[in-house]
Design a protein around this ligand. Structure first.
Ligand SMILES: Cc1cc2nc3c(=O)[nH]c(=O)nc-3n(C[C@H](O)[C@H](O)[C@H](O)COP(=O)(O)OP(=O)(O)OC[C@H]3O[C@@H](n4cnc5c(N)ncnc54)[C@H](O)[C@@H]3O)c2cc1C
Length: 378
């Protein structure tokens, strides 16, 4: 990208522009757009590289600079969706330990996550409890100094390659959301298993997990018993705005690709960009991207000020993911037949963006959050 005027916006400090510049150069050298067929191996390698590059340090610890993680996700997404995924999951998977872990657990896990030596995962969703998280059935029963876990989790990113999982299970202190606790489960723990690997339109390591009398020391509980819902929401709260940033990165890449194509493709005696219909599309795409960026960095800046961002993060996530889908679709259209050829950047962006409108709260859930906050304010 040539014009990065947005880095001069008042949301940012000088260190943010430096971070973006250094990461952009690093990513251009280390993470190519395409990766091979072995997504597990590619992901493991990306985690290692991101650790060695020092980038994962930004995603770990209890003083996360939201603008920095957003800029990192935006930049990585522009270069390679799987690199963004690897970065985001190290943060999301270890976030509950950063925020609620005992000193012992923090020391045991966080340095390894930050170095890229341990792969993290966040296991909240279940077959019958996705948007309705509080309907979860996976249960943990206290037995002396341990908890015994039974049940399953699904759609778990890094499932199958993670070294540990932060798992949310019903402990029953109170009904619904007030009877859930969070635990660290190491991958080799007896009773823990990978029931199924799940293939999705943009390949990522993803799995359904089972827990069969899986015994976890109570010392690996994160936060108080019964506070797991709070632990999950606080973790998601840190990272929700960064989903918007990833969508923004995908959309920026799509606009770059579209600009190149439109200014080079000859047809009817001129180039595609000479047609006013194309110009109208480019104008819509660029405006959509700027509104997404404004909403994303407003939310990130506001969070870094220590202010509540429930409404602002939901607006950013909803708008940036929905807009990116439209921008990418418009870019693909400009490529004609080439746009649907496997491995073309616009083709993989088209697949890559789709899940972002669903996970960490589907668009409809974000709409409800925004409306609820508006009605509270009224
Ligand atoms: C690629 C991918 C990676 C994921 N990674 C993880 C992970 O690492 N860890 C984890 O715990 N989970 C993960 N998830 C799960 C994800 O969070 C859930 O898919 C999501 O919460 C939606 O739950 P669901 O799939 O059960 O859909 P449902 O809850 O059945 O929702 C289906 C649809 O209903 C609509 N909807 C929802 N609520 C409302 C409403 N109130 N009113 C109207 N319509 C509504 C939405 O359009 C939604 O898409 C991942 C999912 C995907 C696709």
């Amino acid at each position: 990208m040539s014009d990065k005027h947005y880095l001069e916006w008042p949301f940012f400090e000088a260190r943010h522009a430096t971070l973006e510049k250094e990461l952009d150069a690093w990513a251009a050298q280390h993470v190519a757009h395409a990766h091979g067929d072995d997504v597990d191996a590619a992901c493991r390698q990306l985690v290692r590289q991101l650790g060695e590059g020092g980038w994962l340090r930004h995603a770990v610890g209890n003083t996360i600079d939201t603008r920095a993680i957003c800029l990192i996700r935006e930049t990585l997404a522009r270069h390679n969706g799987l690199a963004d995924f690897a970065f985001a999951m190290q943060g999301l998977g270890s976030g509950a330990i950063s925020l609620f872990g005992s000193a012992e657990n923090r020391d045991a896990y966080l340095p390894r996550v930050a170095r890229g030596d341990a792969i993290a995962a966040f296991a909240l969703s279940e077959p019958q409890a996705g948007s309705d998280v509080a309907a979860m059935q996976c249960a943990a029963v206290r037995d002396g100094d341990d908890y015994v876990l039974n049940g399953e989790k699904t759609w778990i990113s890094n499932g199958g390659i993670a070294d540990f999982y932060v798992v949310f299970a019903r402990t029953g202190e109170q009904p619904g959301a007030r009877g859930i606790s969070a635990f660290i489960v190491d991958a080799g723990t007896p009773g823990f298993g990978i029931a199924e690997r799940i293939n999705v339109i943009a390949p990522h390591p993803l799995a359904r997990l089972t827990f069969n009398n899986c015994r976890i020391p109570a010392s690996k509980r994160l936060g108080e018993a019964g506070q797991g819902f709070k632990v999950a929401m606080a973790t998601l709260d840190v990272f929700r705005t960064s989903v918007a940033a990833a969508a923004l990165g995908f959309a920026r890449r799509a606009l770059d690709e579209a600009m190149q194509r439109a200014t080079q493709r000859q047809m009817f005696g001129q180039v595609l960009a000479d047609f006013q219909l194309t110009q109208a599309k480019l104008a819509e795409m660029a405006t959509g991207i700027d509104t997404s960026a404004l909403l994303t960095y407003r939310a990130a800046w506001q969070r870094d000020q220590g202010r509540k961002v429930t409404k602002e993060a939901a607006m950013a996530k909803m708008h940036a993911t929905e807009t990116a889908q439209q921008v990418i679709d418009a870019a693909l259209q400009m490529f004609g037949g080439l746009g649907v050829v496997s491995g073309q950047p616009v083709e993989s962006l088209y697949r890559e963006i789709r899940a972002l409108r669903i996970y960490e709260g589907a668009t409809e859930v974000q709409q409800l959050i925004i409306a609820r906050e508006l009605l509270k304010e009224a």
